[in-house]
Design a protein around this ligand. Structure first.
Ligand SMILES: Cc1cc2nc3c(=O)[nH]c(=O)nc-3n(C[C@H](O)[C@H](O)[C@H](O)COP(=O)(O)OP(=O)(O)OC[C@H]3O[C@@H](n4cnc5c(N)ncnc54)[C@H](O)[C@@H]3O)c2cc1C
Ligand code: FES
Length: 537
């Protein structure tokens, strides 16, 4: 119902007062194409002038509250500086995750050279009646599955949505498990992605503790362990990854854990109560993030890995060594170039013997040696290989009614001219969003550049693109805690970028990768070259 004369009456008969116009700043402070943020009462408001007109939306990202004015504006889309969610600044609409919610939006008026804003209400999605009789089933309520369910409702799907998970918890922030949650510093309420009432309010049937064991493509149904089944008109499978287990003596002792689910994290945290020595097996992302969190709990932490420099395969030796130094300064002890040979203990773990014969005392062992895609049902239906589920650019499998997204999906990737499978949170969410639209009939191809971040201590490193191998790395800035940007080249082609605190340049480089534009090695290293100007070149 539109506002009139400053008041309106809602459907319950309550008289509602129109929000007041709030003074923000003088018009001259808002320059064309340069986002600026102002405090208006308790709210932070972002102002953006586009083609002369000023637009206003909330100034903080709805994911982890990053300051949006530090992001990159391309056209009317602003990319969040921290984990690269995108929003439309003219409407506040969330365009792509990891943020899930839209930004608050405001009406703007300019009077006598002063900018005023007042809150506006977002219109409810228009239901699509043609979808009313349909049932869309989503197996997996992680990053991809949750994003898909939300997108379906937000974009008007009016039929039945079943969001199924084998876990007891409603969708939660999995990346946080190895970070603040494990360190014990996550605020209550950070972990669930949505409130308990969110799903029922949107008529999304969230089915927890329901493991799907069979997919029957002929009759279009999925079957649970208890033999009950659900029919689908479209199915999205987003079953994620399963941690690899160590195949050495003692790996089934009490106190040896993997970290994938909230239950895993809770079990580790419970086991830490009487622990002093933790051995982390695996010097990749989960291992290093866990090490950083556990050191913050005052524990003695050793990291074991076969590589000489952690994460050198991804970031290169220079950044890998810098990261390792960061951990060592905090007290993490590295045992690299070795493998675990045996875990010893009577019933509980007591020590880990390494391949060089050395022995590390251990009360808790965390194994972070990678994951394999969970494709059991799809394999038996003939839709998946061990390496994942091949899908087309609409995330559709070889069966017309079945889609796949997230850690299990092998998705076409133009820069490498092949399908790739990545294990990144924001990618899984974007794929879930895309698959939902495809299930409703959209024919737009999926065209995202992979993106991930890793948080270790107070350092958050971002990475976009995919360079499974590279022959040269270009750097902007020295690799140090003060910030840098690195570009990964193979045969003179930029394949990926990584950054610490170089958010706007990093986003520009990601946009360049997405647009398939070229940046020479020399241009990348030359700090006088503004990467933002190369996006549209
Ligand atoms: C500790 C940790 C930290 C991470 N940190 C980062 C990070 O910092 N940045 C980043 O980019 N990525 C990070 N990741 C990776 C990221 O979380 C994954 O890429 C992402 O969760 C994949 O999403 P998904 O939807 O494919 O699968 P998941 O999120 O794993 O969800 C899978 C879902 O499928 C369900 N399921 C599986 N089998 C069945 C079945 N048979 N029946 C019913 N339900 C089933 C599960 O219960 C779950 O609900 C991290 C991962 C972990 C474990
Ligand atoms: S804080 Fe904006 S995407 Fe994470």
């Amino acid at each position: 119902m539109p506002w009139s004369d400053g008041v309106r009456v809602n459907h319950r008969g309550t008289v509602m007062t129109e929000p007041d116009w709030q003074k923000v700043t003088s018009e001259g402070d808002v320059k064309e194409g340069i986002p600026v943020a102002f405090k208006v009462g308790k709210e932070k408001v972002l102002l953006v002038r586009l083609e002369g007109q000023i637009h206003a939306c909330a100034g903080e990202c709805t994911h982890y509250h990053a300051p949006l004015e530090e992001g990159l504006l391309t056209g009317h889309i602003i990319t969040c500086p921290w984990h690269n969610a995108r929003f439309d600044v003219t409407t506040g609409e969330m365009v792509s995750p990891p943020a899930l919610a839209h930004l608050r939006c405001y009406e703007v008026k300019v009077e006598d050279g002063t900018v005023y804003v007042r809150r506006t209400k977002r219109a409810k999605p228009t239901p699509r009646p043609e979808t009313e009789d349909q049932t869309f089933v989503i197996v997996g309520a992680g990053a991809a599955g949750n994003a898909a369910a939300e997108t379906l409702r937000r974009e008007g799907f009016a039929g039945r949505i079943c969001l199924i998970t084998a876990e007891a918890d409603r969708p939660y922030d999995r990346p946080n498990l190895s970070k603040e949650y494990l360190a014990g510093t996550a605020k209550p309420g950070w972990i669930p992605l949505r409130s308990e009432t969110f799903y029922p309010k949107r008529d999304i049937e969230l089915m927890t503790e329901r493991r799907v064991v069979r997919l029957d493509c002929g009759v279009r149904s999925v079957t649970f362990e208890n033999s009950q089944s659900v029919h689908y008109d479209r199915l999205l499978v987003a079953t994620g990854g399963r941690p690899r287990r160590l195949d050495i003596p003692g790996s089934d002792l009490e106190g040896v854990f993997t970290l994938r689910s909230k239950t895993d994290a809770d079990q580790i945290i419970a086991a830490l109560t009487d622990a002093q020595n933790v051995v982390v097996i695996g010097a990749s992302f989960i291992g290093l993030e866990a090490a950083a969190s556990l050191i913050e709990r005052g524990l003695t932490v050793s990291v074991v890995g076969p590589e000489e420099v952690p994460l050198a395969r991804v970031f290169g030796e220079r950044i890998g060594k810098w990261l390792m130094g960061l951990h060592e300064k905090k007290g993490v002890e590295f045992h690299l170039g070795v493998k675990p040979a045996e875990i010893k203990g009577k019933q509980r773990v007591e020590s880990v013997t390494l391949s060089d014969g050395s022995r590390l005392a251990a009360d808790v062992v965390i194994v972070g040696i990678g994951v394999t895609p969970v494709v059991d049902c799809l394999s038996s239906a003939g839709l998946a290989a061990e390496s994942g589920v091949p899908v087309d650019e609409h995330l559709k499998t070889a069966d017309d009614w079945v889609y796949a997204a997230g850690d299990i999906a092998l998705v076409p990737y133009a820069p490498l001219a092949r399908r790739i499978r990545v294990e990144h949170w924001a990618v899984a969410e974007r794929q879930g969003q895309h698959a939902a639209r495809a299930m409703m009939g959209s024919t737009e191809p999926y065209n995202e550049v992979p993106f991930f971040w890793t948080q270790q201590y107070d350092k958050s490193l971002s990475y976009a693109g995919l360079a499974t191998s590279f022959d040269r790395i270009a750097y902007r800035g020295t690799v140090s805690g003060k910030g840098f940007l690195a570009g990964y080249y193979q045969e003179d082609k930029l394949l990926a970028v990584a950054s610490l605190w170089s958010d706007a340049e990093f986003i520009a480089a990601s946009e360049i990768l997405k647009a398939g534009k070229a940046v020479t090695f020399e241009q990348f290293e030359d700090e006088k070259v503004d990467l933002r100007e190369l996006i549209g070149s």
